[in-house]
Design a protein around this ligand. Structure first.
Ligand SMILES: Cc1cc2nc3c(=O)[nH]c(=O)nc-3n(C[C@H](O)[C@H](O)[C@H](O)COP(=O)(O)O)c2cc1C
Length: 212
């Protein structure tokens, strides 16, 4: 075999090996990103469930998402998210992700579930910077405070009583930390008002992630 033929042969062998390696890397990448996306979706669905107590639904909640850029009329100046929840074709609830701007230490990101009749199905605090031992009791992992909103609505209590008890309202305050609960209660009430005013539009809108 001449020197030139040997070089060509080794070059071809190297090119084949490189092609196989590239294909293997590409296949692994595709499989991994698919698996990561599936895991993220499962995690998201699981994290939304606590705000949907006593609600029968069979839809994939994360697939009917609306992202509303500000100004949207919901609490907060950042994007708000609405997940529509269905049983068959029937809308049964909506999950809102909104922001209370007036927390003690910064914005408070809230997940709020509301059924089709405007009754709260659950509230969870997703993110906050309130003080440990004080305002952080809004977190369901720290206290039961947030559970008092389940089954409430715009009629229960009436508007004048959507406040903490020390302000003449219905809801428990947190000892020595009344700024935090005021902010959360206001945001929940505003979200219920928004749901009442926009319910039909919310369920008629095309999901943000869908091709139009
Ligand atoms: C270090 C420090 C941390 C505080 N953290 C909070 C908090 O997380 N949430 C809150 O509402 N108030 C917090 N407060 C108290 C507020 O300054 C304010 O006094 C209080 O919200 C008034 O509540 P009260 O009417 O129950 O006294 C904190 C105060 C201090 C000094």
């Amino acid at each position: 075999m001449s020197g030139a033929t040997a070089i060509l042969k080794s070059g071809a062998t190297l090119a084949i090996i490189a092609t196989i390696c590239t294909a293997l890397v590409a296949a692994t990448y595709t499989q991994t990103t698919d698996r990561i996306a599936a895991n993220e979706k499962t995690l998201l669905e699981q994290s939304l469930q606590p705000a949907l107590a006593n609600t029968f639904y069979d839809s994939s909640v994360s697939e009917s998402r609306l992202v509303l850029d500000p100004p949207h009329g919901l609490p907060g100046t950042e994007a708000a998210i609405i997940y529509r929840v269905y049983s068959g074709d029937e809308p049964v609830a909506a999950l809102f992700v909104v922001t209370a701007r007036d927390g003690f230490a910064g914005p408070i990101r809230i997940l709020l579930g509301v059924n089709i009749d405007g009754i709260v199905t659950g509230v969870r605090i997703l993110q906050h910077r309130e003080t440990p031992g004080y305002g952080d009791k809004i977190d369901a992992r720290k206290s039961d405070w947030v559970h008092q909103f389940a089954s409430r609505s715009l009629q229960d209590p009436p508007v004048a009583r959507w406040k903490i008890q020390s302000d003449g309202g219905e809801f428990d305050q947190l000892t020595g930390a009344s700024v935090t609960p005021r902010a959360v209660i206001k945001a929940i009430h505003e979200t219920l008002l928004y749901f009442e005013a926009h319910r039909d539009n919310i369920f008629a809108a095309t999901a943000t992630d869908e091709e139009s």
